[in-house]
Design a protein around this ligand. Sequence first.
Ligand code: AMP
Length: 587
Amino acid sequence: MEPIIGIDLGTTNSEVTYIFDGQCEIITDNDDGIVPSCVGFDPQGALIVGRKALNQAILAPERTALSVKRSMGTDHQFTLGHERFTPQEISAFILKHLKQRAEAKLGQSVGKAVITVPAYFTDAQRQATREAGQLAGLEVVRIINEPTAAALAYESLYPEDRRVLIYDLGGGTFDVSIVCIEAGVVEVLASTGDNHLGGDDFDQCIVAHLADHLSNKYQLAAKGDVLLTARLRRAAEKAKIQLSESPFAMVEEDHVGQHRGREIHLSLELARRDFEAMISPMLEKTMDAVNQALKDAGMLPSAIEQIILVGGSTRIPRIAELIEEKFRRAPHSEIDPDLCVAVGAGLQASREMGRSDSGVLVDITPYTFGTSTIGELDGTLCRTHFFPLIRRNTKLPARKSEVFYTMVDQQQIVDVLVYQGEAPDALDNFRLGNYQFNLTPAPAGAEIVLHYDLDLNGILKIKAVEKQTGKAIDAVIENAFANSSGAQLEDNRQRIVALWGNDQDQDAPKDTPDAAETPLQRMPDDLPPIYVELFQRANAALDEADEDDRDEMINLMEDIRNALTDDRPADAEGARAALDDILFYLE
Ligand code: AMP
């Protein structure tokens, strides 16, 4: 059968995929699946594509072309050395590179491809993409929208009909789309975004911060120094990526200049909190676009059943937090956000070849792992607030660090508690470990960095580090998944009992100290009659429901209670409608 490859032809990066043994794989070269969308001529005049071209981009902009996708369908011409090229021609060089990569892997020639484009691409831009394919020797059998491709990638994991919001933040562009999936058919309902917003802007914020530091401390001007700016930009991106995992990152660059005859070595710590503050206005802009997309689709946030994160920049933890704050559900990123669109293109290519059994293989954690902190639970400060570090459905291996603070002066001990579960109160989750950390006496507010490292086999490594002194304790939980299975059931049972009481004892008052902390106590007393009746039906249906439906129903009831407590009637109504749908189907 003639092979058809899938291609994500991105503004910053491109990838090529193919289905091997029913699984969609990114075709790599030297273990690198990402090809920077960059084309140039080297000093000897030879054509270079991908990482090699990117490496020379800053020092030789006159012979390097970047971000060609932004010019597709326009008359813009790229000048490389003495020659001029259309956007289609530059794109064709990238496509040819991807085609050759696929041919080397498959051991046969490849002449057909599925290529993805943004949902907002006009006919002219789509036509230009087809032409680029032809120039590269590829028949473009199908052009699909990027959000459609992302949704397809997730379809093998979540095959049910649903309404999905796709938040796609890459290096230079931001797109948000709402799609509706019914019987495997994906319809784009709304799509908007910003063509000039992405990770490059975040790097630029850090570069400006570093340049200020060099200027204030050493009177060294980075502006105008192309080489130094390029080095700062590389260091900034590295620090940004590290901050997605850790609360602090060190920026270190040797020999950045001279001050009073002495060499200057840049060494500056950056805190995630400060980085988040720097990029906050840009993240707010993306949320404005999310609101716009919802408005265009005529939907409330509660109507969205799944949120998918696409693009490398969505690894910044603040983005998932903002999404969760808005939609009250955690977004999905278990398929690598950099590769999700390419995976969807590969799956569509497989469909075009007449295969229907292709999917995606991802290893994810089925449980959330976190610790307990002093925090707010329903407006009351308590000691058992559950703070998730590695969330359910995160791709494995997963690593995450967070910073915590001591509460009192000269604090001698802190309990590092490790929990597994989804409940906001740690006491409702399963405790995997409790490690005492003897601290060095210091004023209140001393920073303790907690690291969680979870591998494919469920081995959870914990490390707590006193930031000021570097003093640390560590522990290994050998089988964080197996430990939990029995406990998980008990945990679920406890939650249900807490919500509904024992079957035999439906109406008994629950006045034990434990029950006082259960979600039931947070339920408003004056539940409107429409909800009382709905909750009674849900209660009756819980026993018969399978695990997924039961979880979903409990979550929706919690959503309703939270929405009513927070005075969000529209959200309560959305959750009510969703619960009603499940009950209709179950009854
Ligand atoms: P994309 O266009 O989807 O390939 O995304 C590229 C952008 O994602 C670049 O700006 C990268 O610096 C950024 N990026 C990649 N990994 C991370 C990470 N772990 N944290 C934050 N940004 C990242």
